[in-house]
Design a protein around this ligand. Structure first.
Ligand SMILES: Cc1cc2nc3c(=O)[nH]c(=O)nc-3n(C[C@H](O)[C@H](O)[C@H](O)COP(=O)(O)O)c2cc1C
Length: 261
């Protein structure tokens, strides 16, 4: 194995592509942000890194509040649209059928369609070059009760949150184990069994194979992780997730050249 040395780059992935809402319920704006994360657990401190050119930049700077909303897979068009169109030119809430909802702790609106909305109060702004880092304290979290399971915990696997990795959006796929499984003997054994299975990548060209060979390759190709919950949705099978009752599709033509992150 040889590792190639590249110059510094924004290679960290996957990242959460979140919808950052700001302004007020009457005059809301929303932008997509991937440069975000948690800095401290108690108090809960987070950040979003925003270029000064963004319309949202000055709104958040002025109001000192914003909301980080976690979008679901069926909102991916809205996620992309809010990341290529500016609130200077369009009302992204209206265009994407998003609903601005009042928050209990901040004046900035949350997005009703997102299962989790994190209310943030600005602590500081630091410039690091292309981006300003908005450091903020989390002052409340609003959760859609339909994603709370029988144990009272938030079941985000059911919600279908998404990831952003090297320019593409992804669903999360299978749960591979919960926090600390590596020190639980039974759970570890289960995982090690899965880790050993080789997942073959399908070749681009089709070679004729014998019946014996066919059986073997079919068996080997089947993923040990099973089908993603989203597979059945796209195949339209019984019990598949229902189509979203709201359309998040853009009404107007998308921008030809997306803004640089
Ligand atoms: C997936 C994705 C992630 C993005 N992440 C960021 C980010 O972290 N920081 C940033 O300044 N812009 C980011 N952008 C670009 C802004 O969302 C985009 O410029 C948007 O139009 C700004 O909206 P506004 O002008 O209404 O504030 C991202 C865009 C996409 C599609």
């Amino acid at each position: 194995m040889t590792k190639i040395n590249w110059k510094p780059g924004t290679m960290l992935s996957p990242l959460p592509p979140v919808l950052v809402s700001c302004g007020t319920v009457d005059k809301p704006n929303v932008m997509t942000v991937a440069w975000t994360g948690i800095i401290c657990s108690d108090p809960v401190i987070t950040y979003v890194s925003i270029r000064p050119q963004r319309f949202s930049h000055d709104i958040i700077k002025e109001n000192g509040e914003f909301v980080i909303n976690l979008p679901t897979w069926n909102m991916v068009t809205a996620v992309d649209f809010c990341g290529v169109k500016s609130g200077r030119d369009v009302n992204k809430f209206k265009e994407m059928n998003l609903t601005p909802l009042a928050c209990p702790n901040v004046k900035a609106p949350q997005i009703a369609e997102c299962p989790v909305s994190i209310e943030c109060k600005l602590k500081s702004i630091t410039n690091y070059g292309t981006h300003d880092m908005f450091l903020a304290e989390v002052v409340g979290v609003c959760v859609d009760d339909k994603y709370i399971n029988e144990k009272g915990a938030l079941d985000l696997e059911k919600a279908g949150i998404i990831a952003f990795a090297h320019g593409n959006y992804y669903t999360l796929g299978r749960n591979l184990g919960s926090f600390g499984f590596s020190v639980n003997k039974a759970k570890l054994k289960q995982m090690q069994k899965m880790e050993k299975v080789e997942v073959e990548v399908k070749p681009a060209h089709k070679k004729p194979v014998s019946d014996e060979g066919k059986k073997f390759s079919e068996k080997k190709r089947r993923s040990p992780f099973g089908r993603s919950p989203f597979h059945s949705r796209f195949k339209g099978k019984a019990d598949a997730g229902k189509a979203p009752n709201k359309s998040f599709g853009p009404r107007k033509k998308l921008a030809k050249k997306p803004n640089k992150k």
